[in-house]
Design a protein around this ligand. Sequence first.
Ligand SMILES: [Zn+2]
Ligand SMILES: [Zn+2]
Length: 180
Amino acid sequence: MTALTELQARMIESVRISIDAANDYFNQSLVVPDVRFDLRGKSAGQARFEYGRAYGLVKKAKPVIRFNRLLMEENPLAFVNEVAPHEAAHVIANQLYGRNIKPHGPEWQMIMRSVLNVEPSVTHQFDISRASPKPYVYQCKCPGLTHSLSAIRHNRVQRQKSSYLCRKCSSRLDYTGQTA
Ligand SMILES: [Zn+2]
Ligand SMILES: [Zn+2]
């Protein structure tokens, strides 16, 4: 288990703040979901509920929120301010109203608007084309050759925590300012 990044910690905090707001609003003590950052593909986030199988155990559902780390690192503010409350609202609605409501139905929308003060938009306006696994274009000293770096590597370079070398010319890769 690696240490949380600052952004991951802020996301977990944002989810917790949302759950706390619902607890105050509804006078409840809702279960705080586990938060993971292992979602891939085009979705920004996903709320999952793991139900107990035995009769009557539905209330022991264990909520899990998964975030798309790649999209998150490219859209940190939108994730903290919109995606985290969006997924938290699913967890809140599920605990208050059960599993048979529509995911983005009136209950979820009311929680977004009235409890979390976030406009309930169903899809996030992220540029999916940039969800390419290695969107950042770097160059070395080889003529005409470019290299593609992932968001994680790009961020490490930008924070001057890493640099990467071309295997052919052994020169350092420099960011071109462009994304694929
Ligand atoms: Zn949703
Ligand atoms: Zn090179």
